[in-house]
Write a protein that binds this ligand. Sequence first.
Ligand SMILES: CC(C)(COP(=O)(O)OP(=O)(O)OC[C@H]1O[C@@H](n2cnc3c(N)ncnc32)[C@H](O)[C@@H]1OP(=O)(O)O)[C@@H](O)C(=O)NCCC(=O)NCCS
Length: 151
Amino acid sequence: MITINFAKKEQIKLISEFEINEFNSEAYSFDMLNDMMKDNYLLKDNDNIFVLLDDEDLIGYIIFHISKDFTDIFKIFIRDNDKRKGYATMLLNKVIDLAKRYNSHKLMVEVRAKNLNAINFYKKNNFEQISIRDKYYKNPTDDALIFERSL
Ligand SMILES: CC(C)(COP(=O)(O)OP(=O)(O)OC[C@H]1O[C@@H](n2cnc3c(N)ncnc32)[C@H](O)[C@@H]1OP(=O)(O)O)[C@@H](O)C(=O)NCCC(=O)NCCS
């Protein structure tokens, strides 16, 4: 059964492994993820990572930060075998529900210009590109596209 919950401390190690495999120089390390879970002033301690589970199996996650004005999506990830099943959309919708409860009225995300899968995903979910940061990413060098969506 598919469920979405706040990440637990014991899931952070696996998330950090997915991060390193997928995001290279932008990966969140184990320590960064642990710190992050203490960071969100609006929510309880570990309330800024949702994990999507198939029974006990961790299939994907979304890392975000809600503030009163806007909500940042830092990362969204779904394991290879489980892509294109609507799981990332489910995670995003879970964040949207929570953001609305905190009167956050805008979602923002930054994406590598070469990450066409993610760009298509955000466009499909009604995000619009609002700006571009030239050569923002390193290893490899890439522009950052900033996408926004009203809630
Ligand atoms: C981007 C990502 C999170 C999408 O996850 P997903 O669970 O496959 O996405 P969904 O199934 O919810 O897709 C919803 C829609 O987004 C679009 N989309 C998603 N992946 C796509 C792809 N590879 N190519 C084209 N469109 C895509 C489609 O319109 C899709 O709807 P459809 O399947 O009915 O055509 C996933 O590909 C991923 O983990 N990528 C690696 C990590 C990453 O780059 N994250 C984003 C940067 S933070």
